[in-house]
Design a protein around this ligand. Sequence first.
Ligand code: GLA
Length: 385
Amino acid sequence: MSGTLVLRAGLAGLALAALATGLATPAEAAKVSHVKKAPFGTTVKGEKVQIYTLTNKNGLEARIATYGGTIVSLKTPDKAGKLANIVLGFDRIEPYQKGVPYFGALIGRYGNRLANGTIVIDGQTYKLPQNDGTNTLHGGPKGFDKVVWQAKPYEDKNGPGLKLTYVSADGEMGFPGALTVHVTYQLRNDNALSIDYEATTDKPTVANLTNHSYFNLTGDTDTPILDHLMTINADKITPVDKRLIPTGDLKDVTGTPFDFRKATAIGDRIGADDEQLKLAGGYDHNWVLNQPKPGEEILAAKVVEPKSGRTLEVRTVEPGVQFYAGNFLDGKPAGVGTVFKHRTGFCLETQHYPDSPNQPNFPSTELRPGQVYKTHTVFVFGVEK
Ligand code: GLA
C-alpha cells in the first residue's frame, strides 16, 4: 500500500470511529478512542437509546445506557487476570422498561424512601406519587432511572468517560423546581469507576442522587452473594419501622448483625433473629458512615470475594450508604430472558439518609437556587490473592 492509501485508510478508520462515538469530527473521535457508541433500542415512547462502551488501558470495560444512565455491564479481572461481568444487567432495553428493580440505574431526585409521599419545603407541602406502599421510593414511579439522558463521551489522562445530562421539569414527580443534573462516569486507568453528580435548581427543592448497581464479584450473576466478605465503616445505622422509614434514631451496631466494622460474610448473620432484619427481609438499611468531617471523602465499604479474589472499595463524600442484599430478587423473569435469583447481587447506594426532608435531625438534602449540589462516589476494583 502506498503512503497515501495508508493515510486514507487511517482517516477512514478515524471517520468510522467518529461515527461510532457519535462525535462530530475524526479529530474529536481520536481523542475519545476508548469510548464506543452503539444503538440500544427504542423506548416505548419512541426515544432512541444508545449504549456507550468505555474501556480503560487495562481492558476493564463499563457499558452505560442512556436510558436511566444505567451501568449495564462492568468487566473487571479476577486474581488470574480473567475479565468477567460483575453487575446485574441486561443486554437489551426491553427488560429495563418492564420495571426491573433499578439495576445499575441512576436514582433521583430522591434516592431511597420519603414517608407518606410528602415533603415540606419552606412551609409548603408537596405531594409526590407513592410507589412503595405509602412511600415515594427512588424518585417516584418515573424517576431518573426511567428517563433518557443526553450523553457526551470524553477522555482525559485518567481514562475514558461519559457525561450525562438530564433536565427534570418543575413539578416532575411532584418535586418543585426545574433541576438540571449532570452525572459524569469515568472508567479510570487506575481501575476505578468514578461517578460525579452535579445539580442546580430554579426553586428550593431536595436532591439525593445515587447509583443502584447490584454487584456480584464472583463474575457469575447466578451465584448468591452470601460468601462475599463485607466491611462497612460505620458505628451506627438508621433503624426503620415497618414501612422501612427511619425512626429518626441512630442505632449502635455493636453486638448486632449490622456490625460490619470487621470483614464478615454477608450470609453469616442475615438470617439472625433480629427485628431490623425481619422488617426488611435481610439487609436493606442505611449505615451512618464514620465521616470525620461532613463532606470528607472516606472509604465507606470494602467487599472481598474470596474465590475470585475480586475486591471492591466504595469511597464517597456522602454521609450514608444503603447496603441492600438483593432480598427482593425473586427469580421471576423480568419480562424477557434472564432471571435474577434471590440475593445474587448486593447494592451499596451512597446517599444522604432516607427520608431526610422529614427528619429534622438528619443532614439536610435541600437545594436552593444559586447553590450547586455536588457529590461523588468511586468504586475501586482490585484483587487479593
Ligand atoms: C433499594 C431499597 C430496597 C429496594 C431496592 C429495589 O435498595 O432500599 O428496599 O426497594 O432499592 O428493589
